[in-house]
Design a protein around this ligand. Structure first.
Ligand SMILES: [Cu+2]
Length: 129
């Protein structure tokens, strides 16, 4: 018991160090006065999020991301699939096994997409400010 209590201050210090490092990195990257893509905690959003296409499904089927994030879909099936937005925002073309398609979401909104070969394959991207 005593030992785990002793560890608590060290992990708190480590957490503070991580936050300070992240804040320093943000300042170095964007400079003062540009808080455009900085999240609430001063940590920039993950620039790339992966979506798997596998067993005739997008995984995860629904992804919520911040504006400016890139989604990268990769096909793990041996059959061709597509990533095709219902309202034309993006279109992958045919993706064979191991092929990827990336799209950067620059506007907020809800984007539905599907596979043109298998219309039961549906995905949704929710882009938040
Ligand atoms: Cu498909």
């Amino acid at each position: 018991m005593r030992q785990s209590w002793m560890l608590a201050p060290a992990s708190a210090l480590a957490a503070v160090a991580v936050v300070m490092f992240a804040a320093a990195a943000v300042c170095a990257k964007t400079g003062p006065g540009n808080s455009n893509s900085v999240g609430l905690a001063g940590v920039p959003p993950d620039p790339t999020v992966a979506v798997k296409i596998s067993e005739f499904a997008y995984k995860p089927a629904t992804v919520t991301i911040k504006v400016g994030t890139t989604l990268k879909w990769t096909n793990y099936d041996s059959i061709q699939h597509t990533v095709t937005a219902r309202h034309g925002a993006f279109k992958s073309g045919n993706l064979g096994l191991g092929k990827s398609f990336s799209h950067t979401f620059k506007t907020t909104g809800k984007f539905s997409y599907y596979c043109i070969f298998h219309t039961f394959m549906n995905g949704t991207v929710i882009v938040t400010p």
